[in-house]
Design a protein around this ligand. Structure first.
Ligand SMILES: [Mn+2]
Length: 423
């Protein structure tokens, strides 16, 4: 963990400048009729879950270049998650992946409490073979031709729920790699029906107060068709299963240029939006850091979410990225801050003015109203929220000053994994 004294000492060097910037922004926002303190409270109330697997260096399907001091197991990963939340105060929960993070739930709970984080949605995994699963998922899992493989995959999902229940989680995210690489390889209709039938069995096993999220992905690992290819298939699944089933939108799982914010709006309309996997992409499912390629799209997605706040959405927010060339802790910290930034920027959209311009068919002013919010530099709000919550004004520089990576590298042996490391 990062020493509190170090955070305070680092903050001292930046606090006077922050207070001046915050006061200036407060005056500016006041002229626009916006209360900066209310925005700061919203920033403080924000939280996005860190994926446990994101704390290790990721890779591509070609290779993985391990970093220094990579976490050896889920307990090391939780240490790293504690550092990320301690500095950003924006990532209060961790999303676990079974079987990668399998451990005694009592030990997991004790460790999470020690590092100051809780547990978010659980993730099952039937896109690779497990050492203790006798049957292979090479030709699919929940939609497999063979009932015995489907039963094994269903049982794994039920076990993931059972582990999550002991950890205080309230949701299961299901993403499957099932699909085909050749036209004609599988009957697409019957394959989808088998998937739905398996999902219904998992749905029956949901404890009270739990939700199940269906996550779609346009391609990969199957390249011709995937069983849950798009938000249409995901919505059909959620609708067929029932009230506890919702759709999860991973920002990287769409064709290039797809209007994701419109999909968000449609899923809100259907009452079926369950959550997000945040990342950014240039070409496909690149798993790049949130806000690095298309920050305006991230803002527009948040604009839909803030607009729908009266609908009392209960959404799961999680980062889902692969960090190939950066220190994963730094990437996760800066990504959490970018997602929080888009949320705060979307919160200062003048919605009354926007509605008026929409009603008057004033496309230019409607668009300008959105951009006025997007252009506003809300960094002093984010930094002040962090400072008041005990975090770092500058999480990256404070982290670097702490020497944390060097310290853990001394006790965590260098990972030798050089193979494909896609996550
Ligand atoms: Mn995802």
């Amino acid at each position: 963990m990062i020493d509190k004294g170090l955070i305070e000492a680092e903050n001292k060097t930046r606090e006077a400048a922050l207070r001046a910037d915050y006061a200036a922004l407060g005056e500016h926002l006041d002229r626009r009729g916006i209360d900066i303190a209310a925005l700061k409270d919203r920033a403080k109330g924000f939280g996005v879950a860190v994926p446990s697997w994101g704390t290790g260096t990721g890779g591509t399907r070609f290779a993985r270049f391990p970093g220094e001091g990579e976490p050896r197991d889920i307990f090391d990963k939780l240490d790293d998650c504690g550092v990320i939340h301690g500095l950003t105060q924006a990532t209060p929960t961790v999303s676990l992946h079974i079987p990668w993070d399998k451990a005694d739930p009592a030990d997991l709970l004790a460790k999470a409490e020690a590092v100051g984080v809780g547990f978010d949605a659980m993730n099952s995994n039937t896109f690779q073979d497990h050492a203790d699963h006798p049957l292979s998922y090479k030709y699919g899992s929940l939609s497999h031709m063979d009932k015995a493989v489907r039963a094994q995959a269903i049982e794994h999902n039920l076990e993931t729920i059972e582990i999550g229940e002991k950890l205080g989680s309230k949701a299961l995210t299901v993403w499957i790699g099932d699909g085909t690489n050749f036209p004609g390889q599988s009957h697409m209709g019957r394959q989808f029906e088998r998937y739905l039938s398996s999902m219904k069995e998992i749905y029956q096993g949901l404890p009270e107060g739990w939700q199940i999220f269906s996550e779609h992905k346009i391609y990969e690992p199957a390249f011709y068709s995937t069983v849950v290819q798009d938000w249409g298939s995901s919505l059909l699944t959620a609708q067929e299963l029932g009230d506890k089933a919702k759709c999860l939108v991973d920002l990287g799982h769409h064709a290039p240029n797809v209007n994701i914010e419109m999909i968000v709006s449609r899923l809100i309309h259907a009452g079926k939006l369950g959550g997000f996997h945040f990342n950014d992409s240039k070409y496909g499912d690149d798993d790049l850091d949130s806000g690095t390629i298309e920050p305006y799209r991230l803002f527009l997605i948040w604009n839909e979410l803030v607009d729908a706040e009266s609908a009392d959405l209960d959404l799961a927010h999680m980062i889902d990225q692969s960090h190939n060339v950066t220190d994963p802790i730094e990437s996760l910290m800066i990504s959490a801050c970018e997602i929080q930034r888009a949320y705060v920027q979307a919160s200062l959209v003048d919605r009354a003015a926007l509605g008026g311009f929409q009603d008057a068919n004033d496309a230019l002013m409607a668009s300008a109203t959105l951009r006025a919010a997007f252009r506003t530099d809300v960094e002093p709000i984010l930094a002040m929220a962090r400072l008041e919550a005990g975090g770092a004004i500058d999480p990256i520089l404070t982290y670097r000053a702490s020497g944390y990576r060097k310290q853990v590298a001394a006790v965590r042996p260098k990972s030798t994994g050089g193979g494909g490391g896609i996550v």
